[in-house]
Design a protein around this ligand. Sequence first.
Ligand code: SAM
Ligand code: DTB
Ligand code: SF4
Length: 339
Amino acid sequence: MNALTRLANAAANAVAEVGVRHDWTRDEVQAFFDLPFNDLIFQAQIVHRRHFNPNEVQKSTLLSIKTGGCPEDCGYCSQSSKFETGLKASKLMEVQRVIAEAQRAKEAGASRYCMGAAWRSPKDRDMDKICAMVEGVKSLGMETCMTLGMLSDEQAVRLKEAGLDYYNHNVDTSEEYYKEIISTRTFADRLDTLDRVRNAGINVCSGGIVGMGEEESDRVGMLMALANLPEHPQSVPINMLVPINGTRLGNSEMIDPIDFVRTIAAARIMMPLSVVRLSAGRENMSEETQALCFLAGANSIFIGEKLLTTKNPEQNKDERLFAKLGLEPMPAHACPSAV
Ligand code: SAM
Ligand code: DTB
Ligand code: SF4
């Protein structure tokens, strides 16, 4: 056994013994990525089975409640006004339409409804409508999630009072690589909003995108940034870049699926009580890759035929995959670390 394997095994054993850690070092995390694949998956399975039913996968559905025309310049995004992507922009949706869409998602088996707006930050004048959406979707018995950009303290408190369960705000990549992807805000801005959400008592959903031309060391840095937060995000979405024509990253080369699975496995080991979501990118992924992601400890997906603006696998395709793999939906409010 070489020194790195010993280090990775020791780090995973440390998780098993002490539970949740917030002091991950670069060497420890890099050592997970350097493990033989089978050893990495084995470690991830040990951690996963300690805290979760390994055959349960949480199902969320997304809705874009305000599409396009965003002033930010995120290099991956179809909704940035800085790129010509051919996307049709639209205004903030009516509350009743959002609730009706959520009801359909519930009937299709989703336990969480995630509503996303292409904003740098919400305007205070939009908050009444946003809060009414949270209250309406919650009254259906679903978990609620919003992703609206940067928040003020007051907006975070208002969302909490409306009953919001999760706020999604991704760190997206390492601090070092962030400025290559986005110039209109900083990594520190992202962390500030995450602090506000956590301090308001809302569960944090934060992860990132892989396949944006980053180095493996950036994936290490991204996972360290997430796992060394004062509390682990209760939900950790790992997105595979969906390349969008017209954006700066539209011609990116697809990441090797094994490298993607390694990122999931390392996230699982480092944040043992968090739900790790195999998020965007499933439309371009084989069933075998998805099965490896579940084996590596991913236990959440988006269901429904659309993500925000791009395609997601059809319902019957996902149902067939769940049946083949013997997977069951995770009930609402089952995340062990959620408030
Ligand atoms: N405007 C808000 C924000 O940026 O936080 C919320 C919406 S934004 C679309 C939510 C997240 O979706 C991004 O942080 C990014 O991680 C993910 N995302 C956007 N476009 C993507 C793409 N083409 N491929 C993969 N993930 C993407
Ligand atoms: C997250 O991490 N992924 C979701 C959700 N949080 C908001 C969004 C994925 C978007 C994929 C590209 C699109 O459909 O526009
Ligand atoms: Fe705007 Fe969010 Fe897209 Fe960035 S990721 S351009 S902030 S909608």
